[in-house]
Design a protein around this ligand. Structure first.
Ligand code: SAM
Length: 363
């Protein structure tokens, strides 16, 4: 589906947005919110060290009785992370799609979407600053209400409320979802007790070795190869580009690295930049070790993070201002950030860390 989408700057307040290049039908799979799936403890840790603009990409959700987070702060080139909030009349809805035992946050169209329309969904929550402010808009953590887990065929996750699914997911290559091409994945078309749930009428295609986004993006946070879920199928979301926001121009730029070419002067400024050391090193300036700790991580499979942070000028923000989607990022060494008091939501609840308070909002 993502080949039918494009990225465009919306200007001062919104930053970038994702738009439909072609028409999208109600119920279609639109995008996956991709990122590193991490336990809540790791999410808390990252939130404390991330710049606030990066915390906007921490997407908390409940799955199998635990709280998880998809951390999309690192720009992996996917578009799901760049979809903006619309709480009045969103045209998409986030669903948790369980694919062979792994959760995938996927957007589905709530209505027919015309060419050129912006893709949006309701982040949920009540404290998104842009909903009440008209000028200064700061980043905010993602928050989505009513995120259901949709269990795919042959999986065991027990959410009785399945979507009305009329499609298949097709898999190929090493990361095949259901070990075979074109096996129905989103199986159940009956018994949907949620009339509001969008129908899934798309196909998701997975391929092997990260066919996606080969523009040469370099990770900033180390774990681009560090998906803690080796079983996670790779989804070949493709991106289209328009104008200055060309996504796949073969020269991905690091997210927090580039201080040039930011076409959105109003974007919140990031005063720290993260660099990776070793093979993925982006910046080699003097730096402070930031994401060094791998101890205490409750996910032993996660690769060690060896980035360093360096301070930079004003513009360091996420992907340098809509120039690339294949870049990567994050970082924050703001020890003054308020600490977060964790709450444990109910199953499938989505909650986030709020930006300026010590609260954690629950939906
Ligand atoms: C997940 S990002 C979405 C992509 C973002 N527009 C960008 O360019 O990186 C979430 C951030 O986008 C901005 N945003 C999202 N929805 C918005 C809205 N309806 N109005 C203004 N800003 C919005 C906020 O800065 C928020 O923290």
């Amino acid at each position: 589906m993502t080949e039918e989408l494009f990225l465009r700057s919306k200007g001062e307040t919104h930053g970038r947005g994702v738009f439909a290049k072609g028409s999208i039908s109600q119920g279609d799979f639109v995008l996956e919110y991709r990122g590193d799936r991490i336990p809540v403890v790791e999410a808390q840790r990252r939130r404390l060290i991330y710049h606030e603009s990066c915390t906007a990409f921490l997407f908390m959700f409940r799955w199998r009785g635990k709280t998880w987070c998809i951390d999309a702060a690192r720009d992996d080139g996917s578009l799901g992370r760049l979809v903006n909030d619309e709480h009045r009349r969103p045209n998409c809805k986030m669903q948790n799609i369980d694919v062979t035992g792994s959760p995938h946050l996927c957007l589905f169209a709530l209505m027919d979407i015309k060419q050129g329309e912006e893709i949006s969904y309701d982040y949920g929550g009540e404290d998104c600053p842009w909903r009440t402010e008209t000028t200064t808009v700061g980043p905010n953590a993602l928050l989505v209400e009513d995120l259901h887990t949709v269990v795919l065929a042959n999986t065991e996750v027990g959410d009785a409320t399945h979507p009305n699914i009329a499609q298949q997911m097709t898999t190929v290559g090493d990361d095949a979802l259901l070990d075979g091409g074109s096996k129905p994945v989103l199986s159940n078309t009956e018994g949907d007790d949620d009339a509001t749930r969008p129908k899934i009428t798309q196909q998701m295609t997975t391929v092997g070795d990260d066919a996606l986004l080969d523009g040469g993006s370099k990770p900033v946070l180390s774990n681009t190869e560090g998906d803690d879920d080796a079983t996670r199928p790779k989804i070949t979301q493709q991106m289209s580009t328009v104008g200055d926001d060309a996504l796949l121009d073969g020269g991905s730029k690091p997210v927090l690295s580039n201080t040039e070419g930011d076409d959105d002067a109003t974007r919140p400024k990031i005063t720290h930049q993260m660099t990776t050391v070793g093979d993925d090193a982006l910046l080699d300036g003097g730096s402070k070790s930031v994401l060094s700790n791998t101890e205490g991580d409750d996910d032993a499979t996660r690769p060690k993070i060896t980035q360093q942070m360096t301070t930079v000028g004003d513009d360091a923000l996420l992907d340098g201002g809509s120039k690339s989607v294949l870049s990567n990022t994050e970082g924050d060494d703001d020890a003054t950030r308020p600490k977060i008091t964790q709450q444990i939501p109910n199953e499938n609840e989505i909650f986030v860390f709020t930006q300026s308070t010590q609260d954690q909002k629950r939906t």
